[in-house]
Design a protein around this ligand. Sequence first.
Ligand SMILES: NC(=O)c1ccc[n+]([C@@H]2O[C@H](COP(=O)([O-])OP(=O)(O)OC[C@H]3O[C@@H](n4cnc5c(N)ncnc54)[C@H](O)[C@@H]3O)[C@@H](O)[C@H]2O)c1
Length: 414
Amino acid sequence: MPEPSTPPPLLGPAAGTTVAVIGAGAMGAGIAQVAAQAGHPVVLVDAQPDAADKALATLRQIFDKLVAKGKVTREDADDTLERIRPHTTTDMTTIPPVDLVVEAVVEHLDVKRALFRQLESAQPASTVLATNTSSLSIDDIVGQASTGHDAALHGGTSPPMARPERVIGLHFFNPPPLMKLVEVITGDGSGEGVLDAAAELMRRWGKTPVRCTSTPGFIVNRVARPFYGEAQRMLAEGLADPATIDGALRGAGFRMGPFELTDLIGQDVNLAVGESVWRQTGEDPRYAPTDWQRDLVREGRLGRKSGRGVFEYADGRPVDARPDEHQVQALVGGPLQTDPVARTLAMLVNEGVDLVHRGEATADDVDTAMKLGTNYPRGPFEWLAQIGADTVRAQIDQLDRLYPGGRYRPSEAL
Ligand SMILES: NC(=O)c1ccc[n+]([C@@H]2O[C@H](COP(=O)([O-])OP(=O)(O)OC[C@H]3O[C@@H](n4cnc5c(N)ncnc54)[C@H](O)[C@@H]3O)[C@@H](O)[C@H]2O)c1
């Protein structure tokens, strides 16, 4: 793996380490807040006139509330806001030289590829260039080794970046100030020294970094797929109703069931992530989205935001989403095919084990990521220790016999 000639200057005093955040949307504004609270001068850049100013005005309101609640002093709030400088441009040469760029613009490969090429020539060679992409491959952004999936869709004709060692992923979760997890993503060419420094910087920002390769969905968005997929398949087969499946999983310690959670995330957003992972894995049947969810989205039943998803909503609360508690009792611990908990846990464990087996992340990082990124009560490896590899393997084998076709393919590591 290529190394930078000098280590990146990310870990000096915060006041002397400068940050640019490109994209002042939901994520960019939150990342700018986190960096400024850690003491860095931040340039918050957006292409849309007023977007960065509006983001700063919203941050001002957030800090007013935090001051009113006594969570932050007026002085700290003013100092933090003072460190963020809004800047409207599409021309990256107008951004002053900084030590770290975090890109959080729209999730389009061609836009990000163009932006990174501009940044590469506009910023000093020592500047670390990070993307907050949720689903694109770092290697496709760098353009040095097209992996074929999204690059093929968006065209990938621009030349590869000259210094891939300084390009990494820093995948924050929404909302960045509250979510502890940051996935630090390694592209094929990312330098080890750059990744180590970025992970240490995230710790200094009060975050918990985990490391992952640029595999589709990284850790969280990959391993979480079966949490939604199993529930949707059980529902589509008429094995139980949504509220009862949700109730069963809440009973196993999940804060929300898969249906109420996807209604909250947005069925369209959840489906888009699922489609992206499926496409990027060469349409692996393990990740095939369900027609049931596609129909939901086609009908505009997007969840809470549209007033109707799996459940109907009145005043932001689900109507008639009460589980049949007798049925929950009967299903959980019963035959595998109709046990929402056993089916889901077996598939989550299988997915986590497989990710580690392929060398994409460590077992500890997978457990940490799933607990912090999705609020799971345990990580897949903690469940593995509890359930036992033989049992999980037998469960996946049984599901594979019931539903042949490759979705229930046990990891070799089981
Ligand atoms: N929303 C989430 O939950 C979430 C979570 C993790 C990661 N992400 C990723 O973060 C990124 C941003 O997501 P978001 O939800 O904040 O999007 P958003 O649509 O809220 O904001 C994107 C901003 O980028 C600006 N922009 C677009 N092109 C630009 C350009 N060329 N130069 C400068 N500014 C430009 C837009 O004007 C907009 O203000 C995406 O890559 C997304 O996949 C999102």
